[in-house]
Design a protein around this ligand. Sequence first.
Ligand code: BGC
Length: 351
Amino acid sequence: MANTIKEEVFNTTIDGKSVKLFWLQRKDLKMAMTNYGGRIISLFVMDKNGNRIDVNIGRGNIKEYIESPEAYFGATIGRVGNRIANGRFSINGDEYALPTNDNKNTLHGGYKGFQDVVWDAEQPDGHTLILAYTSPDMEEGFPGNLQAKVTYSITENNAVRIEYEATTDKPTVVNLTNHAYFNLNGEGSGTILDHKLQINADRFTPVDSGLIPTGELREVASTPFDFRKQHTIGERIEVANEQLEFGNGYDHNYVLNGDENGLHHAAKVIGDKSGVVMEVFTEEPGIQFYSGNFMDSKNTLKSGAKDDFRTAFCLETQHFPDSPNQPEFPSIQLNPGDIYHTVTEYRFSVR
Ligand code: BGC
């Protein structure tokens, strides 16, 4: 697949800050990013025939990213990924109200989350990009000046590694992730329903009709949510199931098995046409599997294809949605003096 990125259309100034395109490359992996929202624009990997294909869905210029904020294409997400019920939570008895940008809930950090800010960028070598952003006290309703640093790099073993760090000067909540949309057959190559997926989770967090977790950790056994053994994404997506109805498909947080204090194997996906294999490793306790159910052909992608229904999927590593209001879930509170630090890797191979 030809490189469809026009470099110059990514050079601009927003909020007085310089926005640029950055290339990260090592061996077979080549990734284009912008510091506008810390976004992955393209990710070129080798397919089974030795061709380079772009497995990350993205748009062709910054203006288009600004015009499609609801998709979060490839973006670094913060301060809190996924939903907070009714845009409300409290910390140590202090109540906070957030803008509600997803019906009555707050999604992915509010209207102007980290996907819409310009990050300071530094490129120490050809395969690393260090992004830094200071989110001021009460930005989008969240307390504390939060200093966030996210390092994107391509590793020796063919992985995109994302290292998230943050500190605060007041107690706050933090749950950072990346919202890359993948199609392992290549952007614009049609549905992802025939991709094979495996998720290393015995349980998931069922939701209400507003996609807020009910608090239950439900066994996946005997449900269409069981991906402990490999299934195609589409195999059970249309079966009658209340949870699938609420998400209009898969849009759920999985409770990952494995060591909470180390990089563990979360998921594996295989592109049915390309043979591209993507494995996700993370230190996070959860992963949001989103099967592109809200993609509605409204946006033109950089390849010229539309963002048609279920032509990409997301696997967003995270703490569980609505954690600030769910005392039984692992906490996302960050206190002054603490260091938020978490790593996720997307490793690529072919078969
Ligand atoms: C959410 C979806 C949402 C999508 C936005 C995902 O992380 O779980 O509900 O529609 O992001 O693009």
